[in-house]
Write a protein that binds this ligand. Structure first.
Ligand SMILES: NC(=O)C1=CN([C@@H]2O[C@H](COP(=O)(O)OP(=O)(O)OC[C@H]3O[C@@H](n4cnc5c(N)ncnc54)[C@H](OP(=O)(O)O)[C@@H]3O)[C@@H](O)[C@H]2O)C=CC1
Ligand SMILES: O=C(O)[C@@H]1CCC=N1
Length: 280
């Protein structure tokens, strides 16, 4: 039994709680700490978990998950540090925040505190999350294993180095939104061609589900799967040629670079907040 405190009950905090509950984690093993009282009450009711203040929430927690906006991380971890500094119980602090280096958290906690970063995605909500995990300076293998086990209960997990986290964020952290945008565009295009919207929604989303299952089925890779859809001289080849001519690949590469670059700048913002705190 691992007691988990989720600090920040926003979109990703909720996705984690939902995924954990769905995978069988007992409600008594989850505590949510959320600044907005109405939201805290909503999560407590929806997932049958306890919503508390930060001090009580962190007390005795095995894993404290920081799920607040990157710019809020230094201040929140400062408070977590105060809350757990006198405890004999070791808590692992896990940050889900984009960009923020583990060192920013380590600097706010007692010397040698185990810190890890996880970059999850919202598909945890349906048990199909993808999470990348990396260790901070003081986290040991047993801490990594504990966090990997938690995240595996809500989806797929890869272990990466911290230097790879910006790229990970740009691919799988933000990635669901890219597929959602494509689905939206397909639905609108279907409606433009005269399909009723509900029919276009079923066609596009069902196709996404099938394509996802084929991609993750362990058989052929994406290019091979695409060749199999493309009959000689047929409709798919005509569509793919248009997508390529419109610069789809370059647009995806640029989008991923933009996301990774934003992640790097969030790191700078959090690090300068950290410096300000230390100097001020
Ligand atoms: N959304 C996503 O798909 C993903 C998000 N992340 C990361 O997760 C983090 C949260 O993102 P997201 O869920 O989208 O953001 P949200 O703004 O939806 O959630 C953050 C929540 O934390 C609350 N909060 C702020 N300060 C405190 C505090 N001191 N104590 C308790 N709660 C607090 C916020 O309240 P208020 O609004 O009043 O500030 C808000 O409800 C970010 O760092 C992001 O980079 C990582 C992977 C994917
Ligand atoms: O958009 C964001 O900044 C967060 C991080 C990855 C997904 N959502």
């Amino acid at each position: 039994m691992t007691r988990i405190a989720v600090v920040g009950g926003g979109r990703i905090g909720e996705a984690l709680i939902a995924g954990l509950r769905e995978s069988g984690t007992e409600p008594s093993d989850i505590v949510v700490v959320e600044a907005v009282q109405a939201r805290a009450d909503e999560l407590a009711k929806k997932y049958n978990v306890l919503a508390t203040g930060l001090d009580i929430g962190c007390e005795g927690a095995d894993v404290i998950v920081v799920a607040v906006k990157p710019q809020d991380v230094p201040a929140v971890v400062d408070r977590i540090g105060d809350a757990i500094s006198d405890s004999v119980h070791e808590s692992i602090v896990v940050s889900l925040a984009a960009g923020v280096p583990t060192q920013v958290l380590e600097n706010k906690l007692s010397a040698g505190s185990p810190v890890l970063r996880v970059m999850p995605n919202t598909a945890m909500l349906v048990g199909h999350g993808v999470s990348a995990v990396c260790k901070g300076r003081y986290a040991r293998d047993e801490h990594l294993e504990q966090v990997v086990t938690i995240m595996e209960s809500v989806g797929l997990v890869v272990v990466v180095s911290e230097a790879q986290m910006d790229a990970v964020t740009a691919i799988s952290g933000s990635g669901p939104a890219y597929f959602f945008l494509l689905a939206e565009a397909m639905i609108d295009a279907g409606v433009e061609r005269g399909l009723p919207r509900d029919v276009a929604v079923k066609l596009a989303t069902g196709t996404a589900l099938g394509a996802g299952a084929m991609l993750t089925g362990g058989g052929e890779g994406p290019a091979e799967l695409r060749y199999n859809v493309s009959s000689p001289g047929g409709t798919t080849a005509a569509a793919i040629r248009t997508l390529e001519a419109s610069g789809l690949r370059a647009a995806v590469a640029d989008a991923v670079e933009a996301a990774a670059s934003r992640s790097r700048s969030l790191a700078q913002a959090a690090t300068s907040d950290d410096d300000d705190d230390e100097n001020g």
